[in-house]
Design a protein around this ligand. Structure first.
Ligand code: NAD
Length: 358
């Protein structure tokens, strides 16, 4: 029987990398019944929203989706569709592996890190008050009274909720992942020395959860020190678990360590559904040019195949991607060795598909 999967094509370079991913996933021979839907700036006019209800409904039905990137306007305009999907479907775990691939230019070698980012809380909760509004005035007054501290009158205010429930389930996810995947150590990353109650709770819960996983080593690091350590001694680290904002930043740092956003995959996982997406955004300046690297979304497709239990197909697709990159003949501009003419997004996908068939 075919697996039902929703393909959200996204905007910008989204439709191109989505098509490339569909090509290679189909080439593994695993039967997928794709429901193709659109979200993002391109559907705003038609539906009056960048995230039409039928997109969420389709994911709720198929329970598995692969998604191209979607633009979020900076400052004014709508809030992030990507964040909305994660929150609406309670996809609480953002899993972002960072593994070096031979043939991808990078100053670091042999990186093999797993970033587990909490996806629903923290400063991403979307509880913000705009400068100059009545609401920010009230929030300011209330918070000043409550805390005994002064907030400047011309401030905008954001709220950082970190719960015991949210922290516990993400730390458990990290330990369960470590155990299921033969990983040795989980490091909880925080800034509990400054944010004593929010990050302090995250750390306290992490220490408590760790007690149930005595087969896995546990330690914690303050986020700024973690960044420096990753630059100096990345081999000391294995699985990192972080609240939302630090997770977003540190995972981009780790993507940079393996050669950039073009090769960094990801997954958003909930209790019974998952949405797979690259870490990179919609790179609008390259949209419609069949130019960008499809590897990040294709490797997200590998993660999807593993999630579906199609381990052998996942291994074969991963190997085909690694072979094509190592050969360096059918790769996009960002991967092409000097002297080699790069190919387009879809041509790279077709070379991977041909490798799978060979
Ligand atoms: P971006 O990732 O879109 O692009 C940054 C740069 O990275 C690009 O200019 C390009 O040089 C490079 N790049 C990205 N993907 C690449 C690929 N596949 N191949 C080769 N090079 C690639 O980041 P940005 O410019 O900060 O964001 C653009 C838009 O995407 C924003 O609206 C942002 O909000 C959105 N965004 C969406 C997601 C998502 O859908 N999950 C994630 C991040 C950013």
């Amino acid at each position: 029987m075919a697996y039902a999967v929703t393909l959200v094509r996204g905007d910008g370079i989204g439709p191109e990398v989505a098509k490339a991913t569909q090509t290679v996933v189909d080439a593994t021979g695993v039967k997928i019944d794709w429901t193709v839907v659109d979200a993002g700036v391109d559907v705003m006019e038609q539906y009056g929203t960048p995230l039409p209800e039928h997109v969420l409904e389709s994911i709720r039905t198929t329970k598995v989706a692969i998604k191209g990137p979607i633009t979020t306007p900076v400052g004014s305009g709508f809030r992030s569709v990507n964040v909305a999907i994660r929150k609406e479907l309670d996809l609480y775990a953002n899993l972002r592996p960072a593994k070096s691939i031979e043939g991808v230019k990078s100053t670091f070698k042999d990186i093999d890190l797993i970033i587990v980012r909490e996806n629903t809380e923290d400063l991403y909760a979307g509880i913000e008050f705009e400068v100059g509004t009545e609401a920010v005035g009230k929030a300011n007054q209330f918070l000043s009274e409550l805390s005994g501290k002064t907030i400047r009158a011309d401030s905008a205010i954001g709220v950082k909720p970190i719960s015991d429930f949210g922290s516990r389930r993400i730390v458990k996810f990290a330990f369960d992942y470590a155990r299921a995947n033969g990983r040795k150590k989980v490091t909880a990353v925080h800034k509990a020395n400054i944010m004593k109650f929010t990050d302090g709770l995250f750390l306290e819960v992490a220490r408590d959860v760790a007690k149930d996983y005595t087969d896995i080593e546990f330690e914690d690091r303050i986020v700024d020190n973690m960044c420096m350590q990753l630059m100096q001694k990345p081999e000391l680290y294995d699985v990192l678990v972080l609240p939302n904002l630090y997770g977003d930043i540190v995972s981009d740092l780790c993507a940079g360590m393996i050669g950039g956003l073009g090769v960094a995959p990801g997954a958003n996982i909930g209790t019974d559904m998952a949405v797979f997406e690259a870490i990179h955004g919609s790179a609008p300046k390259y949209a419609g040019q069949n130019r960008v690297n499809p590897t990040a979304l294709i490797l997200s497709g590998v993660m999807m195949l593993r999630y579906l239990g199609e381990t052998s197909a996942a291994d074969r697709l991963q190997q085909a991607v690694e072979d094509i990159i190592a050969e360096g003949k059918h790769v996009t501009y960002d991967l092409a060795p000097s002297g080699i003419t790069p190919v387009g997004t879809q041509e790279m996908a077709e070379a991977i598909a041909a490798k799978l068939a060979s």
